[in-house]
Ligand binder design. Sequence first.
Ligand code: ZN
Length: 288
Amino acid sequence: MQDYALISTAYNNEIRIYVSKTTNLVEQARNIHKTLPTASAALGRFLTVSAMMGLMYKDKDRLTLQIKGDGPINTMLVETNSLGTVRADITNPNVYIRSEKEGKLDVGKAVGKGFLHVTKDLNMKQMFTSSVELVSGEIAEDFANYFLKSEQTPTAVSLGVLVENDQSIRSSGGFIIQVMPDASEETINKVEKAIYDVGPVSRWFDEGHSLEELLKKLSNNTFKLLDKKELKYYCPCSKDGFSKSLSALDDNTMDELIEDNGIEVVCHFCKSKYNFTKDDLINIKTNR
Ligand code: ZN
């Protein structure tokens, strides 16, 4: 089944709900970056919340999100947009830590203390970046804090990634619930109870429930569907794109690469390799 997200209003337009299933795109990220289980869970949660956040924007808007912590993962970067595509990079994918008490994958420890940076390219002249300190490194709490502090929107975020014994992704998904300014106390109480009743979102998916059922439960059956969006891991990189980056290098660096008889460039996001021969590089240098 394809990955997708449902966007809806609920409780008489007082609440906005995003739910998503991202098992395939997180598995693809795992295959590209060769993440070990705790890194898979951290990157999977980050990709899931970012994909849903991208859907809050319009047409050509783009978001770049970065989680930089002092844990062994170091830095994770996700790019997303309103079309439901994501791509990611991770500094150290070789992280496999379980919590001592419960034996669960310890994402908080793998990420550590640090910051979440969100940069918005809203097709205006400048970009906007806002940063918040990480609350726990568990990703969901960190984003809930971001929405409250940076966007003044009370928000509940739940994310869940389950990893199989063979380290593949069994299920991944999550939800974002945002409280609109005119929401009543009564509605907020109902939502809080619904979130409590749903429990951990990873268990919800593991029990085979659909996104529609999740939306129904979270909204007490009051949802009005606004949109359904396919989600996917997609990298638009090309040899042409890397040629443009290379043409920005200074003469000395360019000459060194030419003397080295060409280079191989690897895309950080999808690990595609592009070969630039000596002739390619001479062409780029003379035609810039
Ligand atoms: Zn790429």
